[in-house]
Write a protein that binds this ligand. Structure first.
Ligand code: FMN
Length: 221
């Protein structure tokens, strides 16, 4: 499955089937996590067969069920940690989709279970991503119109339009879609709006934009 197709098929899934990750699938996911950690310096970790984090009142209130696998997005504290976790976390989410898995970004409705993942000195956990075989494939989210999330001076090139459309397919916290892409010559500026988790969202939508627009067509400002 191409990345563009994976972006269209991905929706948040909060109910999962009670079965373990297939061994090969799990190994592929682990390998991708190692690759991402190597290139980004982040410390993402897969926690498999661990039902406690999503077994609280909060998790059920948040409509999660059957979650036994999740990825902890951990990295060195710093001004760019959230955006980096968003960017590389979404690379992982789309890869999981290509492997036939479903996911959901989770900032709130889970508990930190001691001994499950490692947060070294100077590091921080940002959010987690649940992963597994969904009971359903989720549903398409409501979306803002493109002109509310982008600005151009003059005509909009096709690649820019494709980038914005891809960004609108991305998951954002509470589906807030608080981001703005501005075209300035061959450069694109991406800005996060005000609100919770908007820096994480920015990393996520920048990954989508690159896939949709084609990274060869522009550079980030
Ligand atoms: C940074 C971030 C945090 C999120 N936190 C939660 C959460 O705590 N609980 C939850 O149910 N969904 C959470 N979501 C999922 C969003 O609600 C979901 O992505 C959004 O409604 C769009 O729907 P979609 O993912 O199906 O396209 C989060 C998404 C992001 C990007």
């Amino acid at each position: 499955m191409e990345l563009m197709e994976a972006m269209k098929q991905r929706h948040s899934v909060r109910s999962y089937k009670a079965c373990k990750l297939d061994d090969n699938v799990k190994e592929s996911l682990q390998k991708k996590i190692r690759e991402i950690n190597e290139k980004s310096g982040l410390h993402f970790q897969l926690i498999a067969d661990e039902p406690k984090a999503f077994d609280s009142f909060m998790a059920h209130y948040g409509k999660f069920s059957g979650v036994t696998n999740y990825i902890a997005l951990v990295g060195k504290k710093g001004a760019d940690l959230e955006e980096k976790c968003g960017y590389y976390g979404e690379e992982l989410v789309l890869y999981a989709q290509q492997l036939g898995l479903n996911t959901c970004w989770v900032a709130m409705t889970y508990s930190k279970v001691p001994g499950t993942f490692q947060v070294d000195d100077g590091e921080k956990l940002t959010v987690v991503i649940s992963v597994g075989y969904g009971e359903t494939q989720g549903v398409v989210h409501k979306s803002k119109p493109a002109d509310k999330v982008c600005k151009t001076n003059g005509e909009m090139p096709e690649w820019f339009k494709n980038g914005v459309e891809a960004a609108l397919l991305a998951p954002t916290a509470m589906n807030q879609q608080k981001f703005l892409f501005t075209l300035e010559g061959k450069q694109v500026a991406a800005k996060a709006g005000m609100g919770f988790y908007t820096k994480l969202d920015l990393g996520i939508v920048k990954y989508h934009f690159e896939v949709g627009a084609g990274i060869e067509n522009f550079s980030w400002k």
